[in-house]
Design a protein around this ligand. Structure first.
Ligand code: HSE
Length: 336
């Protein structure tokens, strides 16, 4: 049994720092639970200002990804650089070198999930991406394990923290759209380019990944019927209130005439619907299975440490397998 499992983090931004914090602060707890020490051996980061982060040894930082690829001791690569092309290339290169991959990058995964799964399988590697959908909420894990005995009837959820934060602040505090968006950016919820959040692209990527696991079918992000929240006005919020409703950006998946349909659009949600009670950066998602019935998941959908906890959970799961030299092929990784 291996006593130490080595990890490399790619990108030390908001989620990278949150992941480091979870792995460092709960290192003893994680070791006790999985029977091996998880060590962050390398952090690949081009912004050298981040090399002075308190509590992180300077020598773990490198600007050069080949330091990770060429290090046979690194077992797990955690990709958090964002974007599609470079991030996808880095993940594929890691898998081709036999390194397991964890990612929170919904944009890259939604486009390339089939290629990633194929490459992971071909190289006997595990690929996990719990944090890419609904931050801290373990919904991907639930779909790929406990709920896998169900035919999924539908998915309906609030899966973007930034847009939900904006809608909540407009409704409850009368904040202007731009002010609420700025607050979401300052809190580290929003993407670098928040267009992805407010125009529904981020939610579209997430429903693609949810549907791939829930239905075993791949629908490309551009085929998601998508409308964002940038056109929502204070008058719309007031009109919703008069109908005893709230406006929420809902990502949905359902079958219509045998075809899997994915959508993202603002909807009027009655105040007594559980989705209306999801406020600020929180996410909530209702999954209906033919056997389990309705299940509601709720929690923090964005933010450094909550999202980092989901990443670290995937790292711990893989590290437990690496330590025992077993390879858990989750149903999740092989459905599309
Ligand atoms: N920008 C995303 C959101 C981050 O607001 O939900 C978490 O995926």
């Amino acid at each position: 049994m291996k006593k130490e499992v080595n990890v490399a983090i790619l990108g030390f931004g908001v989620v990278g720092q949150g992941t480091y914090k979870v792995l460092a602060e709960n290192a003893d707890l994680i070791e006790k639970r999985i029977g091996a020490r998880v060590k962050v051996k390398r952090i690949v980061e081009i912004n050298t200002a981040r090399y002075d982060t308190p509590g992180v040894p300077r020598e773990v930082f490198t600007p050069d990804y080949s330091d990770v690829l060429n290090d046979p001791d690194i077992d797990i690569v955690v990709e958090m650089i964002g974007g599609v092309e470079l991030a996808s290339r880095f993940m594929l290169q890691a898998l081709e070198r036999g390194k397991h991959v964890v990612s929170s990058n919904k944009a890259a995964l939604a486009v390339n999930i089939r290629k990633m799964n194929e490459t992971a399988k071909a190289n006997g590697c595990m690929l996990r991406y719990e944090a890419s959908v609904c931050g801290a909420i373990p919904v991907m894990n639930a779909l790929s394990t406990s709920l896998s005995v169900n035919n999924i009837k539908s998915i309906r959820g609030i899966v973007n923290g930034t847009s939900n934060y904006i809608l909540t602040k407009m409704e409850e505090e009368g904040l202007a759209y731009d002010v609420a968006l700025r607050q979401a950016q300052e809190n580290g919820f929003a993407e670098q380019d928040p267009t992805g959040d407010v125009e529904g692209f981020d939610s579209a990527n997430k429903i693609v990944l949810l549907a791939a696991i829930a239905y075993g079918e791949y629908v490309p992000p551009e085929e998601v019927d998508r409308t964002g929240i940038s056109g929502i006005t204070p008058a719309d919020i007031e009109a919703a209130r008069e109908k005893n409703c709230r406006i929420r950006l809902i990502a949905g998946a359902r079958r219509e005439d045998g075809k899997l349909r994915l959508s993202v659009k603002p909807e009027l949600i009655p105040c007594d619907d559980i989705l209306a009670s999801v406020r600020n950066e929180f996410n909530g998602i209702t999954i209906t299975g033919d056997m389990s019935g309705d299940i509601f998941f709720y929690g923090r959908g964005a933010g450094s440490v909550p999202t980092g906890a989901a990443v670290a959970g995937d790292v711990a799961e893989i590290a437990a397998c690496v330590a025992r030299d077993t390879h858990r092929v989750a149903i999740a990784t092989s459905r599309v």
